[in-house]
Design a protein around this ligand. Sequence first.
Ligand code: GLY
Ligand code: MN
Ligand code: MN
Length: 439
Amino acid sequence: MRKPIENVKVFAQRRAKIAEEISGKALIIAAHPEQIRNHDVGFAYRQDSNMYYLTGFEEPESFLVFRPGLKPETVMFVRRRDPDRETWDGYRYGPEGVEKEFGVDKAYPIEDFAKVAPTLLKDVDGIYYRLLKNKEADAMVLSVLEKLRLSQGRTGYGLLSIHDADTLLGEHRLVKSEYELTHLREACEISAQAHLAAMKFTRPGVSERQVQAVLAHHFLMKGSAREGYNYIVATGNNATTLHYNFNDQTCKDGQLLLIDAGAEYNYFTGDITRTFPVNGKFTDEQAEVYEGVLKVQKEIIAMIKPGVVFKNFHDTATSLLTDLMLELGLLTGRKADIIEANHHRRYYPHGVGHWLGMDVHDAGLYYKKGEPRTIESNMCFTVEPGLYIPEHDDMAPANYRGIGIRIEDNIRVTDSGCEVMTSSAPKEIAELEKVIGQA
Ligand code: GLY
Ligand code: MN
Ligand code: MN
């Protein structure tokens, strides 16, 4: 039997927190769809973050219907027990097991969704549901809404109105509780230690894939269930591809290695990038660009405290990195004109950070009613400036071509500043040069 990995009270408390906000309406969450290859072989399954956030339930083909104030309030639809399928795929709770172990008021077999869900929605005046995330679930939900409409005869009413569930839940997920922070910190620490292990392992001749293996080994050995996103292990010019993930080249003497990797721990993920020389010693040009990017990263981190507008970090990073591009001779002209024309994006084509939590690009609005958002205590995000100079860029001075650098840390906003949750991964040049290749 596969026990819920956390105390189910946590999930009930989260539901209670949103109950008032959606009063009179129902919230419907669908499980993440299963990925099957060739109609036969499954992939490792990860539950939809919102489904996990509110139930802790990790099986596919399930729904949560939450109706604050009504009875039953928390209803789930789940796969029946099936000894034959369980022989192949493992334990299922079934409706009885879910009622017993997950603290829900009522659970039905998923086959009953079409019949039972319309009765559950009779007494609400709208639903929260995220459309277009799971096509099969959409078809089931829309057919339930149509059935409900038809059951009301010729009243003139249309379908229940649909509000976006992910926007609603994103606002709750954005500010982390103490309990959630213990998981996120653990994810960050496992990730940081894995980066350190990868640094120690790296030397000329190792492959990107072997470095990935060191990271994966460390993640799994420390209790992480999986990586939070595709491993990016990019040597030399590969680092100028932002989300490079072929990871099939050899790390060569004289190149930099960029690693962007994060472990997931109890559904929270780290997201760290470090860049360092394969042979353990920065060249003058590599050090020059690296120090420039590191200085920008530190300046952004120094700005963080409650009340600061998140967009300021982007704007400041753009401004400081454009200064760096001018210093290095990558661009010429007036800074304001360069930024206005987006020319800086030639070497820095992404933003400086994003919310971090259960998903690597976590839920939560960046703008509210058109206004850029102000950060608050216990929001968590990344700070990840970078500079990428492709080897075939004939506008760039030749000695900088093929250098791609990103430095990414994970931040929690405190009452007066911030906590860097990934500080165990070295990023100072002297620290890096001490550990690279020392395994
Ligand atoms: N690892 C993806 C990102 O940094 O956004
Ligand atoms: Mn990131
Ligand atoms: Mn990253």
